[in-house]
Write a protein that binds this ligand. Structure first.
Ligand code: ADP
Ligand code: 3PG
Ligand code: MG
Length: 379
């Protein structure tokens, strides 16, 4: 079973175990059915080398705590010592392999490495939605050599996000924030075709405001994306959804704790200031836009949430959405971290475990980890 236990770790401590917890339904179901469960994951980007900082033992230990069962950790993911441990497993046992990215064959999707992994088991279960955008040996190649199926988390992600793509409920509103329009233009274009309204916040809104001719001071702007921003503005309401831009902004000279801030209208940003968050009128406008929506898809924070008080816009919007009747679908690494900080993530209908994978899915791209399962089932 491939899981995505690529969780944030600081000084050996797991900072957020959501991805581990989200994989438990599939693991528990397999154990219940007396399967012998061999788990594989990557952690970080060790680049084909053994790196002690990226060993999976802490992940195995955390899983053991969460499922109240032993989870045996082995120091490699292929080869005779691993095969011996697997051979000694009993029904319902759980073994966690070492980081698959310690082998260069993983990210190269090397068939020989995929075959070695496949040799350990009888059935391949992929529950690693967060890594489904990578065509690697443990996410794609391995499916060539074993019966291959999706796990319950994978299924839930595909069902929830897939409905937005193929059968969107209406009225549908998207909210997109974050830093760079260049990393999200694919998602913006894809969602604009499917939604009724698309609210824009974060630094990327500054690029749009500048493209409209407004002065955004010293804000983070991608000047090489102004043309892209203009074409996006031009496509608003042309057969798809309409764009909703910020009305006001919280500005300061820098994003540092304790700095003096001001809230100004978007056409009155002082030249020596940076836009670091949306203002309260914008939050109100976005919430009004979501009023009566069947579903809201939100990716990316509205401000520099890492540095209070520039987390206020994101928090206020989340609080408003938590109390709404709309189905709330949240994606993206930074936004999820922002909501978790305020214990607001659990008040949303669905929080995707993917970062890049969620964005690529919503762009309409084919994810290799999903395609490998599909090919298999149609074979
Ligand atoms: P996600 O991971 O949720 O998809 P992104 O990675 O696109 O989001 O963007 C998150 C980053 O955007 C955060 O580090 C945040 O500080 C930054 N950001 C948001 N608004 C602004 C802003 N106005 N100015 C500078 N950075 C911003
Ligand atoms: C993620 O955290 O987005 C996934 O685990 C994929 O990790 P990667 O970007 O190192 O491939
Ligand atoms: Mg991010």
């Amino acid at each position: 079973m491939r899981v995505d236990f690529n969780v944030p770790i600081k000084n050996g401590r797991i900072m957020d175990d959501t991805r581990i917890r989200e994989s438990i339904p599939t693991i528990a179901d397999l154990v219940e059915r007396s399967a012998r469960v061999i788990l594989m994951t990557h952690l970080g980007r060790p680049d084909g080398q053994v790196d002690d900082a990226y060993r999976t033992r802490p992940l195995a230990n955390r899983l053991a705590e969460l499922v109240s069962r032993p989870v045996t950790h082995v120091n490699d993911c292929v080869g005779p010592p691993v095969e011996a441990v697997v051979k000694a497993m009993r029904d319902g046992d759980i073994v966690m392999l070492e980081n698959v990215r310690f082998h260069p064959g993983e990210t190269k999707n090397d068939p020989a490495f995929a075959r070695q992994l496949a040799a350990l088991g009888d059935v391949y279960v992929n529950d690693a939605f967060g890594t489904a955008h990578r065509a690697h040996a443990s996410t794609a190649g391995i499916a060539q050599y074993l019966p291959a199926v999706a796990g319950l988390l994978m299924e839930r992600e595909i069902t929830t996000l897939g409905r937005i793509m193929t059968d969107p409920p209406h009225p549908l509103v998207a909210i997109i924030g974050g830093s760079k329009i260049s990393t999200k233009i694919g998602v913006l274009r894809s969602l604009l075709q499917r939604v009724d309204r698309l609210c824009l916040g974060g630094a990327m809104a500054c690029t749009l405001l500048k493209a409209k001719g407004l002065n955004v001071g010293r804000s983070l702007v991608e000047d090489d994306q102004l043309e892209v921003a203009r074409s996006l503005l031009a496509s608003s309401g042309q057969g798809g959804g309409t764009l909703v831009l910020p009305l006001d902004a919280v500005v300061a000279p820098e994003a540092i704790p304790g700095v003096a801030t001001r809230t100004v209208a978007v056409d009155a940003v002082p030249s020596d200031m940076k836009v670091l968050d949306v203002g309260p009128m914008t939050v109100e406008r976005f919430l009004q836009t979501c009023d009566g929506a069947a579903a809201v898809v939100w990716n990316g924070p509205l401000g520099v949430y890492e540095v209070p008080p520039f987390d206020r816009g994101t928090d206020a919007l989340a609080r408003g959405l938590a109390g709404s009747d709309a189905e709330t679908i949240i994606g993206g690494g930074d936004l999820v971290a922002a909501l978790q900080k305020q214990h607001l993530a659990e008040r949303m209908s669905f929080v995707s475990t993917g970062g890049g994978a969620t964005l690529e899915f919503l762009e309409g791209k084919t994810l290799p980890g999903i395609a490998a399962l599909r090919d298999k089932n149609h074979a």
